[in-house]
Ligand binder design. Structure first.
Ligand SMILES: [Zn+2]
Ligand SMILES: [Zn+2]
Length: 240
């Protein structure tokens, strides 16, 4: 009887540690990545200082292009991606790169809200978006990080656009980090790596960064196979 009671005693040491962590996370002063002022990880107004993805770009894959035929680059004319179009407000450089890296690897998830709002504002008016989905991390990597950065971005995007957030995508297998691979290997690395639950209408697919677009392409294929009428792609930054 006694041993049973002793066993059921709460672990106050651990509870106190958890509370301390929660309080510290909540109370630690946030400092804006751009202007350095306290009060926010990144002010919404300060996102205008991040390097914009400007210049002539392909309507379809958002690659910078000198020559465009009917709005699209030569590569898209030959082999268009599965998504209808891609937009990113920023290029992956300077403060945009720093923000994404801090959010991803330094645990500063508070950066993802303002970055998501900035991304949502890059969505063209003509896109018929009925739901927002995101490129998920593989379970193992999500558990290590404690959150899924593209999911938090997508949540901010969905709120800004006023459409539902749908967690319909999942990874069917772990993949090597894309950053270490060349274009051809990136494609092979993610082919068939996603599966989606039944979905319909126009879906906006969100990720943090895109380079060759092969991850967005593979995830868009899964959404189309699951019934999406059209998939539009959105990321915070494009690595040109
Ligand atoms: Zn600021
Ligand atoms: Zn293109």
């Amino acid at each position: 009887m006694w041993s049973k009671v002793a066993h059921a005693r709460p672990d106050w040491g651990r509870a106190r540690a958890a509370l301390r962590t929660a309080l510290w996370d909540g109370l630690a002063p946030q400092r804006c990545l751009v202007c350095g002022a306290f009060g926010a990880a990144l002010h919404e107004a300060c996102t205008s200082a991040l390097p914009a993805a400007g210049g002539r770009r392909c309507d379809r894959c958002w690659a910078p292009a000198v020559r465009l035929e009917a709005g699209t680059c030569a590569r898209c004319a030959l082999a268009p991606p599965a998504f209808a179009a891609l937009r990113t407000p920023f290029v992956y450089a300077g403060a945009a790169r720093a923000a994404v890296l801090e959010a991803k690897f330094a645990g500063r998830s508070a950066l993802l809200g303002p970055l998501g709002v900035a991304a949502a504002r890059a969505v063209p008016r003509g896109w018929a978006v009925e739901a927002v989905a995101w490129v998920p991390l593989h379970g193992r990597r999500r558990r290590t990080r404690g959150y899924d950065q593209a999911g938090l971005l997508a949540r901010a995007v969905a709120a800004e656009l006023g459409v539902p957030l749908v967690g319909v995508l999942r990874r069917t297998r772990g993949t090597a980090p894309q950053a270490r691979l060349d274009a051809e290997r990136r494609r092979a690395n993610v082919v068939g790596a996603f599966a989606a639950e039944r979905v319909g209408g126009g879906v906006l697919l969100v990720d943090d960064v895109t380079t060759t677009g092969s991850t967005l392409d593979a995830a868009a294929r899964a959404l189309l196979a699951a019934g999406a009428a059209q998939v539009f792609a959105l990321a915070v930054a494009r690595e040109d």
